[in-house]
Design a protein around this ligand. Sequence first.
Ligand SMILES: *[C@@H]1O[C@H](CO)[C@@H](O)[C@H](O)[C@H]1NC(C)=O
Ligand SMILES: *[C@@H]1O[C@H](CO)[C@@H](O)[C@H](O)[C@H]1NC(C)=O
Ligand SMILES: *[C@@H]1O[C@H](CO)[C@@H](O)[C@H](O)[C@H]1NC(C)=O
Ligand SMILES: *[C@@H]1O[C@H](CO)[C@@H](O)[C@H](O)[C@H]1NC(C)=O
Ligand SMILES: *[C@@H]1O[C@H](CO)[C@@H](O)[C@H](O)[C@H]1NC(C)=O
Length: 751
Amino acid sequence: MDLLLSLRLLWLMPLAWTLGGCSPSMEGISRKTIPYHKDHGQLFHEAGVWNYSTMLLREELGLLLLGARDTIYALDLDNISDKKASVKWEVPEAKQTECKNKGKDAEIHCKNYIRVLHTLSDGRMYVCGTNAFDPECDLMSYKDGNLILEKEVSIGDGKGKCPFDPFQTYASIMVDDNLYSATSMNFLGSEPVVMRSSSISIRTEFKSYWLNEPNFISMAQVPESKDNSEGDDDKVYLFFNEAALEYDSYSKLMVSRVARVCKGDLGGQRTLQKKWTSFLKARLDCPVLESKLPFTIQDTFLLCEPQVSWKECLFYAVFTQQPHSPALTAVCSYRVADISAVFSKGKYKNPLPVETSYVKWVMYSGDVPSPRPGACIDNEARKQGINQTLDLPDRTLQFVKDRPLMDQAVPPIGVGPLLVQRGAAFSRIVVTRVAAFDDQKYHVAFIGTESGTLVKAVNYDGKMFIIEEVQLFPSREPIKVLKLSEAKGYLYAGSASGAVQMPLATCGRSLSCMDCVLARDPYCGWDQTTSKCIAHLHGQSELIQSVKNGDASLCPAAGTVTPVNESIWLRSNLRLPCRPPSNLAAVSWQRDTIPLAPSDHYQVLPDGLLISNASALHAGHYRCLSLERSTAGDYTSVVADYQVGLVAGEWPLSPEARQDGPSVAGLQVTVGILVVLLAGLLTWNLLKGHLPLPCKRKDDGSGESGYGSAQPAGLEAGKNHSGRGTGVRNGENVVLQTDEPKQFIGDESEI
Ligand SMILES: *[C@@H]1O[C@H](CO)[C@@H](O)[C@H](O)[C@H]1NC(C)=O
Ligand SMILES: *[C@@H]1O[C@H](CO)[C@@H](O)[C@H](O)[C@H]1NC(C)=O
Ligand SMILES: *[C@@H]1O[C@H](CO)[C@@H](O)[C@H](O)[C@H]1NC(C)=O
Ligand SMILES: *[C@@H]1O[C@H](CO)[C@@H](O)[C@H](O)[C@H]1NC(C)=O
Ligand SMILES: *[C@@H]1O[C@H](CO)[C@@H](O)[C@H](O)[C@H]1NC(C)=O
């Protein structure tokens, strides 16, 4: 029977991949997949208002400032559904008409999208919006429960501070009441600039080798002047993607960059007048073995430990595969000291004309002038009588003007990514340090995705363990902004349709001690007195937790599961549901304590057991067991328990079915549907990364770690994953037919 055979083969596939001799996949699998539920967090959105994509935390005021389209809100940090104030900032009609006349869409482009929202030292806020392709900035205050835009004329012009185009990427940061911004300066979006708006504004040169079709991502300040023996200055770091200069490539290749400028930079006297004298950039490496094209950066988060040197500060960064597709997505982290070393000690790249119109960027090995080009003013410079960048000699300035790119790339900590996942592309990241019971602090990352999910992952010794992936937004829209308040214990996420507030600790999702301990969530422990998985923020000391090893043997013996009575008719089918609490668990079944082998009568489905064409032999006591592995050991638990009794007589079939001959044709149809369903589920699991893929070729991508001879993407794709590609392609069709979008492990139980 062909169908049955194919069904069995399909069933065996994931098993073979799990148990087969290949090395475990390096791709992360989230332990729990949680579907959308409105109780996951408070939601904020107002009818008719869209694009909630700029946030500012004002913990001292208990407020979350939220910038949306044409509106700014002040929301209660404890409950963002509670709106404290709001202010409209709409585009005047004349301006809207002007925007329309320039060929832009009235309803999409000719609106005011809030893009910049920062706090000034006097407590007021600095806010900018795209203002129908004519960016404008203003000061805003929160007084007597009202948000007030001050119509401050002196800072009105938003050119260079805020993008014209709401779809263009941008970055900004406020340092000492000076706005540092990275955006485009003109209507067409063709003049990228990195700028400081102060009494004397300083910006980048309009040269393609300074910024080459950049895609700005984020900015951060590092206080490097603190306890600095070299008398160095504070830095402002910028992350972006840009079209690569340094590779020979047929198609445009984007690379991730980190650039930095010195806070005290005043520009040069003659050369680089009112331009950065300290703008240096380097490639940021996040090597994922499966991919030959470099990944592009999407967001960063700067994590500094209090009382520890700035050198130990870390940038966590999320990356996606290019061309942008929801395939592989990764997290890499970088030590500030490593980035700093590339700029302060590394070699420069030098443009070498090869043909009339072509320049090759190669390592510069000639003499480097002193003071070092691109360096901040430090003790060494001061010794030479150079107290500010205006005093720098032309030789130094000319050098850095022509060569802003460093030769060396910044490597990630641990040489490779902390996490690689297949599935929804990572879009945003925030990280916090959480104290567990072992008195250690662990880095917990909350990662937003392009599909509206939130991935919670913890860094244990340089590998990230994914505790859960939660569908935060009902629609699968990208998460555009993430903020975290340790003081409040909440995470805030914004998207096109609204903002959501979610607690950082979500322990209640584990219902058993074993599940609570194996979740390895530093926020959570099992409370034996109440038999609940709870957050230990309240100072309990008797909780069971084992974050490093997931040692579930600390748990008390689990209570027995009450058997559920089920009946089955002779020659009929019965499905016994069983959903293990973890995507990492392997499921097995027993009948009367004997392990069940798959047969014509038994099929193990991802969410249960199917008994088909039953006979008296199939009555009995069935148990569904889940086996989960952690460093401390293998743990088995009973997920479901059934007492199945046989009902005398045959399944009462309808007359037509009987004419058709129920036994063979009927089963064939059932089996056919099952094959389709199973293939769909399998594909879905593969795509979502719940199941490991078959052995990856070890040599994948290791031959050439660099991208020096990058080839067009099409060639690579076919070569790399030929085996896998077919499976997925077949599966896609099946998924469409069965329309089986999600198979989440729900909070609710069918058992
Ligand atoms: C949050 O605020 C909204 C609106 O004021 C209110 O309806 C809701 O009950 C509050 N939720 C909580 C958990 O306090
Ligand atoms: C730099 O500062 C030192 C000490 O303040 C001063 O003696 C020197 O003249 C200054 N150099 C310049 C070029 O201004
Ligand atoms: C604003 O939200 C709308 C509605 O979801 C969306 O279609 C549009 O792409 C968003 N615009 C921007 C600039 O994000
Ligand atoms: C299941 O059946 C057994 C034996 O017939 C009976 O003792 C038990 O109460 C039933 N359990 C439930 C939950 O109905
Ligand atoms: C169902 O089982 C009976 C006996 O166990 C067997 O004779 C019959 O062929 C089976 N039917 C199908 C469709 O497999």
